[in-house]
Design a protein around this ligand. Structure first.
Ligand SMILES: Cc1cc2nc3c(=O)[nH]c(=O)nc-3n(C[C@H](O)[C@H](O)[C@H](O)COP(=O)(O)OP(=O)(O)OC[C@H]3O[C@@H](n4cnc5c(N)ncnc54)[C@H](O)[C@@H]3O)c2cc1C
Ligand code: SF4
Length: 554
């Protein structure tokens, strides 16, 4: 396309993504300038979803510590708590039995935590932000970082109205450039701009970031199966000894339950399939009894960063900061990231006010954020979990049987500190390296009542994308998929994507071979493909602003 004229605008502080990290940060920024008597800055939050909360997916049982720091009377101010947990338990399941553990491991002791819909929490925070004078632009997807020398100066929004052939359509609208003194990236897990920032400025942590993918379903269950205040975590035996997957179950209002299953993305097996794992788990008698006579309400998926402290990137550069999951702040040991996201947002906000006062948005002042983090309870919490993923990487048995208990006694140290490991996709073995009976995916029957195919479930994600646009899943070399990956790994994208986006279809130009077809319109923005592809040739980029899932109530 010929060079285009873009509109531009300038703000003092730009937040990318309207998640708990950025919304908390924006709100705290306004509260702090008021408290310190500083001239209020112009603040803009951009969000790729059609409205705030649409792309929020979480469990979620939330540690209230950070929200209480942000809004001390949050309960009185109508915070959207579903229930407060009064019964936290850990269960061990087999395909026939469900056994409640006589004690709940410390990482799953969630009594007093708030069960929430993160989508509703984001909406609640957004209302407070708007009341404080913060502008929020939903439907604005940040596409590129604007960098001047070694300084981040803003973000370019993605173009609208480009056809599948890459040519402008009649509704073509070039994305505007938004310039800011400081840009705060809170895009959540595997943020596309955050990835650019971390690579461009080499901000990588000591260990690579690693991930799991959570499948979430909301069901309306029979009243007798609904137990307000219940919070369950658990694992399927003996499978978890091979791969450290797990489940959750939280009750919500209106006889809804939030069920989720979390699958590690560092599997040796290219047939690893989070959707299949979740459906398989629903075949246990415990789940069948719970869901029998119930109704599926919503489906979705999202990756979770689980590397912890040693995988966290440097948090700032000249003109930019990373908050929440974009900075790997989720505590995967506790499956808890909302309080960390809010807390990092708070610390980033206080640092931005320092920068406004000093009129210096370079890393000299923004580095105060990392200082604050190192002195915070959030850092302490991460230190105590710092070798969690490393332990699991050695083996689930080593983790559960020895190192995690040792970590709890030694405040996170365990037997070895730090445990180093490789990126998850490097674990994947070629089919020829696997034992014969692991080479084909285990069959799961979908009964259409409790267990469902990806194609069926994706309709419950509410996702929508214009078909006539370039695929936002950019595959650098599709010949590799056809000629090499099909033989070496059996095209794992068909398995790990929980929304049936990738399909190998007959290649008429190469009889006997299959080529990649991308159903980009199904994408639920979980980021699994960007993470798990063994050749790292898939890049997730934001589609047109306003597209993607509708995670109302998730
Ligand atoms: C399956 C699952 C279960 C979980 N369970 C729990 C739990 O029970 N308790 C708990 O405390 N934590 C839980 N977590 C973790 C928690 O949800 C995250 O740590 C938290 O949501 C991180 O907040 P964030 O603001 O950093 O990012 P997010 O909540 O992911 O928000 C990021 C926002 O940025 C937007 N965005 C991304 N890129 C762009 C872009 N380029 N331009 C514009 N907008 C963009 C996204 O659309 C999204 O709205 C869970 C996570 C998952 C995935
Ligand atoms: S295409 Fe990628 S990001 Fe989209 S649903 Fe599939 S795995 Fe997730």
């Amino acid at each position: 396309m010929a060079p285009v004229e873009r509109e531009s605008m300038e703000v003092d502080v730009l937040f990318v993504g309207a998640g708990p990290a950025t919304l908390a940060s924006a709100l705290h920024l306004m509260n702090t300038v008021k408290a310190r008597g500083v001239e209020p800055p112009t603040v803009l939050v951009i969000e790729k979803g059609a409205s705030v909360g649409d792309h929020m997916l979480s469990g979620a049982v939330m540690n209230p510590r950070a929200i209480a720091e942000l809004v001390p009377d949050f309960a009185q101010q109508g915070f959207p708590t579903e229930y407060v947990c009064d019964d936290a338990s850990f269960w061990m399941y087999t395909r026939k039995l469900a056994v409640r553990s006589p004690f709940t491991p410390p990482n799953f002791q969630k009594k007093g935590y708030h069960v929430v819909s993160l989508s509703n929490v984001a909406k609640w925070l957004a209302e407070k932000c708007e009341a404080a004078g913060i502008e929020i632009y939903p439907g604005f997807a940040g596409d590129k970082l604007l960098i001047d020398g070694n300084r981040v100066v803003g973000v370019r929004i993605g173009d609208m109205g480009v056809g599948r052939d890459g040519k402008p359509k009649s509704n073509y609208q070039p994305g505007m450039d938004i310039f800011a003194k400081v840009t705060v990236l809170g895009e959540g897990v595997r943020g596309s701009l955050s990835k650019q920032l971390i690579d461009r400025f080499d901000l990588h942590g000591m260990n690579p970031q690693v991930y799991e993918t959570g499948i979430k379903e909301i069901w309306r269950v029979k009243p007798e199966n609904h137990k307000p205040g219940r919070v369950i975590h658990g694992a399927l035996f003996p499978d978890f000894l091979k791969q450290f997957n797990g489940m959750w179950l939280y009750d919500m209002k209106d006889h809804l339950v939030s069920f989720g299953f979390v699958t590690m993305l560092d599997s040796k097996n290219p047939n690893n399939d989070p959707h299949r794992d979740a459906q398989g788990f629903k075949n246990t008698p415990f789940m069948r009894k719970l869901l029998d006579g119930g109704e599926l309400v919503r489906y979705g998926a999202k990756a979770i960063p689980m590397g912890g402290l040693y995988a966290q990137p440097k948090l700032y550069v000249d003109g930019a900061m990373l908050v929440g999951d974009s900075a790997g702040m989720c505590n995967a040991f506790k499956l808890a990231g909302i309080h960390m996201a809010i807390k990092t947002g708070i610390m980033a906000a206080e640092t931005i006010v320092d920068a406004i006062e000093a009129k210096d948005f370079s890393s000299v002042t923004l580095g105060g954020y990392a200082e604050r983090y190192r002195k915070s309870w959030a850092y302490e919490e991460h230190r105590e979990a710092r070798n969690f993923h490393g332990s699991v990487d050695v083996s689930p048995l080593f983790a559960m049987g020895l190192n995690i208990p040792l970590m709890m006694i030694t405040k996170g140290r365990g037997l070895i500190d730090p445990i180093r490991y490789e990126a998850g996709h490097k674990h994947m073995k070629k089919l020829s390296e696997l034992p014969e009976n692991d080479r084909t995916p285990p069959a799961v029957q979908f009964d259409g009542k409790i267990t469902f195919s990806k194609e069926h479930l994706v309709q419950f994600s509410g996702t929508q994308h214009e078909v006539d646009q370039p695929s936002h899943l950019v595959v650098a070399d599709t010949d590799l998929c056809r000629d090499v990956c099909s033989v070496e790994y059996g095209n794992p994208c068909e398995k790990f994507c929980p929304a049936a986006v990738y399909e190998m279809v007959p290649d008429n130009e190469n009889p006997g071979k299959k080529k990649l077809f991308i159903h980009h319109e199904n994408c639920v923005h979980c980021k699994t493909c960007d993470i798990a592809d063994p050749y790292q040739v898939i890049t997730w980029t934001p589609p047109e602003g306003g597209e993607g899932p509708d995670y109302t109530r998730m």
